[in-house]
Design a protein around this ligand. Structure first.
Ligand code: TYD
Length: 204
C-alpha cells in the first residue's frame, strides 16, 4: 500500500513573497524524489478558478465571501487534494483554511465560530500536515505590492489596518498551533529563507 502523501500549505499576508518561495519549495521536494502536486486557493479546479475570479474582483457581503471560499475548497478537496494524497503524492497549496480565518475572520471580522462551522462541514478534522507562515511587517509588504506592475486585486487593495488584522490573526493561529504552523521571517533574504525551509524538511 502506498503511504498517504503530505499536505503542505503556504500562508502569509499579501506581498510576503509566498509565490517565489512556493516555486522553490516545489522544486526542492521534487529533487528529493517526491511526486508533488502544486495548487492554490481559492482555485485549483476549473470551478474553483471561476469562483476565484469572482472572489478577487466582485464586491460582496463578507458571509458570501466566506461561503464561496469554502465552496471552492470543497471542490478542491474532493477533486484534487484528497485523491492526490491517496495516491501518495505530496500536495503543496498556496493558501488554505488558515487564510479564511486570517482574511474573512481577522481582516473582515467574521466570527471564528461561523468559520469553524464551515471548516468542520467542508473538511471534517482534515488539516494540513505542515503550514509555512511567511511573516513580515505590513509596511514592507505594502511597499513590495506598490512596486508590482500588475493590477492589484480586491484584497491587495485593502488599507494597512486590514493587512495588520490579517497578520495578527495568522500569528495568533501560529501561536495556538505551533506544531503545525511554522513562522518564517519573510523579510530575510531568499537564500536565508531557503536554508530555513531546507532545515524544516530535513527534520520532517
Ligand atoms: P494570493 O494567494 O495572494 O494570490 P496571488 O499572490 O497570486 O495574487 O491571492 C488570493 C487572495 O485570496 C489573497 O488576497 C487572500 C484571499 N483569500 C481569502 O481571503 N480567504 C481564503 O480563504 C483564501 C484561500 C484566500
Amino acid at each position: 500500500m502506498t503511504a498517504r502523501g503530505k499536505f503542505i500549505t503556504l500562508e502569509g499576508i499579501d506581498g510576503a513573497g509566498k509565490s517565489t518561495h512556493l516555486a522553490w519549495l516545489v522544486e526542492f521536494l521534487r529533487r528529493r524524489g517526491y511526486r508533488v502536486v502544486q495548487t492554490r486557493e481559492p482555485g485549483g479546479t476549473p470551478l474553483g478558478e471561476k469562483l476565484r475570479g469572482l472572489l478577487l474582483a466582485e464586491p460582496m457581503h463578507l458571509e458570501t465571501e466566506a461561503l464561496l471560499m469554502f465552496a471552492a475548497r470543497r471542490e478542491h478537496l474532493g477533486e484534487l487534494i484528497w485523491p492526490a494524497l491517496e495516491r501518495g503524492d505530496w500536495v503543496v497549496c498556496d493558501r488554505f483554511t488558515d487564510a479564511s480565518f486570517a482574511y474573512q475572520g481577522g481582516g473582515r471580522g467574521l466570527s471564528a465560530e461561523k468559520l469553524a462551522q464551515l471548516e468542520i462541514w467542508v473538511q471534517g478534522g482534515f488539516q494540513p500536515d505542515l503550514t509555512l507562515l511567511f511573516d513580515l511587517p505590513v509596511e514592507i509588504a505594502m511597499q513590495r505590492m506598490a512596486k508590482a506592475s500588475r493590477q492589484l486585486d480586491r484584497f491587495e487593495q485593502e488599507k494597512a489596518d486590514f493587512h495588520e488584522r490579517v497578520r495578527a490573526a495568522y500569528l495568533a493561529r501560529a501561536r495556538r498551533m505551533p506544531e503545525r504552523v511554522k513562522v518564517i521571517d519573510a523579510s530575510q533574504s531568499c537564500a536565508l529563507i531557503q536554508k530555513q525551509l531546507e532545515d524544516i524538511f530535513l527534520r520532517y
